[in-house]
Design a protein around this ligand. Structure first.
Ligand SMILES: [Zn+2]
Length: 77
């Protein structure tokens, strides 16, 4: 994935999760859900020279991996 595009996406998703963190302070379950999403997204960050997902073993393409596609669809609207 393009480094600049990923940076914008990661910033938007991170901002959404930050907002959730502030609003769900009273809910342990929702706090755990946000923490799980952050961990999952960290495991699927593009890395290396080719910018492929480091979490998807079968990743051969430079396109956004499915984890980030789901995060984009649900968290950046
Ligand atoms: Zn991935």
């Amino acid at each position: 994935m393009d480094e600049v595009l990923f940076g914008v996406l990661a910033e938007n998703v991170g901002r959404h999760l930050d907002g959730l963190d502030r609003r769900v302070a009273h809910s342990e379950e929702l706090r755990r859900l946000v923490a799980a999403w952050r961990t999952l997204l960290d495991l699927h960050r593009p890395g290396g020279r080719r910018g492929r997902c480091t979490g998807c073993v079968e990743s051969r393409q430079r396109a956004m991996c499915t984890v980030w596609r789901v995060a984009n669809a649900f968290f950046t609207r």
